[in-house]
Structure formats: C-alpha cells, structure tokens
Design a protein around this ligand. Structure first.
Ligand SMILES: [Ca+2]
Ligand SMILES: [Ca+2]
Length: 232
C-alpha cells in the first residue's frame, strides 16, 4: 500500500515528538534510575526476610532434634542405671591409664561407659552421626566397641559436644571445646546448672546433659538440656 507524502510527514513528526517526551522524562522507554533503585531495595528486603525465615526454621528443627537426642541419651543413661545401679561417671577413673586429655571428659566418659568393651549392654539406639571428636584426642587402645581408639563425644546438631555431668561432679569445672556460629573455637569450663528458684542443682539426684545450643556457647539462654533452661 502506498503512503502519501503528507501522511509520512505526519508519522515522522509524531515519532519525533514521542522520543522527545521520553528523553525529557529520562526513561528512554524503560525505568528511571530511581524506579530501578526502589525495585532493587524491595528485592533485597524480600531476600533478607526470606533468608532469615529459612534460617529460623532450620534452627527450630535443629533445636527440636537436639532435644530429642538429649531425651534418647537420657533414657539410655537411665537404662544403664537400672542395670548397674549407678549412673555412668563423668570423670576418668584412676584405672584409666593413660587417659585422653581432660577436655570434653564428661561426655567422653559417658561414651566409654555406654559402649564399653566386654559388656553385653550397649547404646544401640544412637547412630554414629551423634559421635564426634572436637578435641581430636584418643586412648592408647580402644576402650569401646568401636575399632577406633578416638575419645568420642556425643555431639549436638551443630557438631558440638554435649556436656554430661554426673551429680557428684556438679561443682567441678570440666572444660569443653565447642565452635561458635562463625566457626571460632571456644574452650571453657562447664559446671552443673543451678535452679534460680530453689538454689539447688537441676536434677540434683541424677545427671545433667546440656547442649551449648545454636550459638555454640555454654552457659546462656539458648542452651538445651534434660531440664528446663531458665530464660532471662
Ligand atoms: Ca574427644
Ligand atoms: Ca548457648
């Protein structure tokens, strides 16, 4: 179809006029810089919110699983008591020679007690995922049913050793090695926790099992235990 000269001139004029308006607005037919920045800001807020929500949900699952693990271990310790009429010790006996280092000693002694060689009873309900060795120590020969002589600990969902404390050791400071949220190692003493209400140790006639919680630090409000941790 042929377009007359006058119509072509009119279209060219309109087109030039639209371009001029767009250039005047600084859009070049797309978003302005301010609009783009606003979109990026909203997206970054949404991503931050999403990441925090996912992390929060993940921590809730890890806390729940650590509580379940502590409950399972507590049940095994009680079964041990029912069979041997004493709770597993949380310090190395004099007969254990040579001893591993004294870091994580309470829970290492618990592992040695629960999986001890030559005993018909063993902690079959706990998988090897719950075993770790944050301080990397070992005994001269293996004392457990495992082939490895590693002085294993029972670990929480963040890979840190659980503290196990027999009632007679509530006053003792036993050092534990943990890693905080950014992977820095922390070595510090852990004692039996005392109830603010009664002034007595929690579970004063049996034992305490404590996880340092998501922050990897013992002694604060996010710890998880076989008793109620008092929150501030
Ligand atoms: Ca160890
Ligand atoms: Ca903690």
């Amino acid at each position: 179809m042929r377009i007359s000269k006058s119509l072509r001139a009119l279209l060219a004029r309109d087109s030039g006029s639209s371009s001029a308006v767009a250039e005047q607005n600084g859009t070049q037919g797309g978003f302005t810089l301010i609009e783009l920045l606003a979109v990026l800001l909203i997206l970054s807020i949404l991503v931050t919110f999403l990441v925090r929500s996912v992390r929060s949900a993940q921590i809730s699952v890890e806390v729940g699983n650590t509580k379940a693990l502590i409950q399972t271990i507590g049940g095994l310790v009680q079964e041990y008591y029912n069979e041997f009429e004493r709770f597993p010790p949380s310090t190395f006996p004099a007969s254990l020679d040579p001893k591993p280092n004294r870091i994580n000693m309470g829970v290492e002694m618990l592992v040695i007690s629960l999986w001890r060689q030559g005993r018909p009873w063993q902690a079959a309900e706990i998988g090897e995922d719950a075993l770790g060795n944050t301080d990397g120590d070992s005994t001269k020969t293996t004392l457990t049913r495992f082939s490895s002589p590693d002085a294993f600990e029972l670990i929480d969902l963040w890979g840190n050793p659980l503290a196990y404390i027999h009632r007679r050791d509530y006053e003792k400071e036993i050092h534990y090695l943990t890693y905080d949220e950014v992977g820095l190692d922390i070595e510090g003493p852990v004692k039996g926790r005392v109830s603010r209400k009664t002034g007595d140790p929690h579970r004063k006639s049996s034992f305490q099992i404590i996880s340092a919680g998501p922050d990897g630090i013992f002694g604060n409000a996010d710890d998880i235990a076989n008793f109620e941790i008092e929150r501030d």
